[in-house]
Design a protein around this ligand. Structure first.
Ligand code: ZN
Length: 408
């Protein structure tokens, strides 16, 4: 495993409770896959045979973390997108087989190899921008075999590429057509069969539910959490995206890692997130695609110092987005996050949303050496530009994943 000393580097450490934790004229030693030393350039340690990289003042950050994605699915919904823009109503689109069930049908029909091949360009798009950890949810299989198939593909992506994949079981994403009118029976199936089987295969790092008028009720979400927690699994939830059903407070009170979307979360309920150290995951890609207007309760989130994370929500229906840099820009433009909040949202706070903040998400001695060198000299440029990818080099757990842009 290489020993690498970065010198003449500007480091956004993200190691404090706010801001970038910026360290200019710095140096950083990577050894045995971890950050071994960090300090001012003039204090750099003797490093013997380590490779020395002169970064010419460029910016180094933790590897980016996409903490909410639905990256594995088959097909696309471009026809639906086109029909809608040509004037078709939602009812007409549904009649012609559109909507989430079209993705379920395509995903059920696909083999593991086909799902892997279709997910690959989406994963590559994230990796090209310095993503070193990605969370991938199931939720388009909606029966045991197909949910397990999706999670196996997620696992395979993580084993074949230098990226850490966190696998989230989202059996309670939508009601499968064969359970129409019997949603309680489906939740029973999720709890009694689907989740235990996926967990027994070692495919579940966390359990998610979609609590919404178009998905599952608060009571049904609570039931899934009961089952998840009985298995010792962490929980998270899609909540308050289109209406306020009380899902965020329920999830937080049970110690959820994160509550995601939360445009309709009441400001008065934000305190319970802070109380239970639940991360607020904001998903501006879906907000943009759905042309939503209700903003998350940002002032209350800041007032209560709730950690805010950002993610792609990469999915074929409401967020066909596979660029975290674009998500950072959208968060600044649409939600008025500061560029520092945006960078925190895809690093340390995203790590918290996955329960991994002791290992990754910041540049601190002892943490895993997941790092990105950028062709910029200040972090605001990462959120400010649209359409430029300034990623120069990526190291994952101390190993180079790409280094083509190392020479300044
Ligand atoms: Zn989602």
């Amino acid at each position: 495993m290489p020993r690498t000393l970065f010198i003449n580097v500007t480091i956004a450490c993200l190691d404090s409770e706010s801001g970038y934790g910026l360290r200019e004229h710095g140096a950083l030693l990577v050894e045995a896959g971890k950050i071994a030393w960090l300090g001012a350039m003039q204090d750099q340690p003797a490093v013997g045979d380590a490779e020395v990289i002169d970064c010419a003042g460029r910016l180094l950050t933790p590897g980016l973390i996409d903490c909410h994605s639905h990256l594995v699915y088959a097909g696309d919904r471009a026809d639906e997108f086109e029909m809608r823009l040509e004037g078709a109503s939602y009812a007409e689109i549904a009649q012609r087989g559109g909507g989430i069930i079209s993705t379920v049908t395509a995903t059920r029909a696909a083999s593991e190899a086909e799902l892997f091949a279709q997910a690959l360009p989406r994963l590559n798009s994230l990796l090209a921008e310095g993503v070193t950890t990605v969370e991938i949810k199931s939720g388009y299989g909606l029966d045991s075999d197909n949910e397990i198939k999706m999670l196996r593909v997620a696992r395979q992506l993580g084993s074949e590429f230098q990226v850490r994949v966190q696998k989230t079981f989202l059996g309670a994403h939508a009601l499968p057509p064969e359970f129409a009118g019997r949603s309680d029976d489906y939740i029973e199936r999720v709890c009694a069969e689907m989740l235990p089987r996926a967990h027994a295969e070692g495919l579940v790092d966390a359990v998610d539910v979609f609590i919404e008028s178009i998905a599952f009720s608060l009571a049904q979400g609570t039931k899934v959490f009961d089952c998840a927690q009985a298995l010792g699994l962490p929980i998270k939830a899609h909540v308050e995206q289109l209406s306020d059903l009380g899902g965020a407070v329920m999830a937080a009170s049970r110690g959820a890692l994160s509550v995601d979307h939360i445009e309709y979360l009441a400001a008065a309920d934000v305190a319970s997130l802070a109380q239970h150290e639940t991360v607020a995951v904001l998903l501006p890609g879906a907000f943009y695609v759905l042309r939503e207007t209700q903003l998350p309760p940002l002032a209350a989130l800041r007032e209560h110092q709730v950690p805010m994370a950002l993610a792609s929500d990469a999915n074929p229906g409401s967020s066909p987005v596979t660029s975290l840099l674009l998500v950072m820009n959208m968060a600044c433009t649409l939600f008025r996050l500061t560029p520092a909040e945006a960078l925190r949202g895809v690093t340390i706070n995203a790590a918290r949303a996955l329960g991994l903040a002791t290992e990754i998400g910041s540049i601190e001695v002892g943490k895993q050496a997941d790092i990105v060198l950028w062709n910029v000299v200040k972090p605001s440029l990462l959120s400010y530009q649209i359409g430029i990818n300034p990623c120069a080099a990526v190291m994952q757990a101390g190993n180079w994943r790409s280094r083509t842009g190392l020479s300044a």
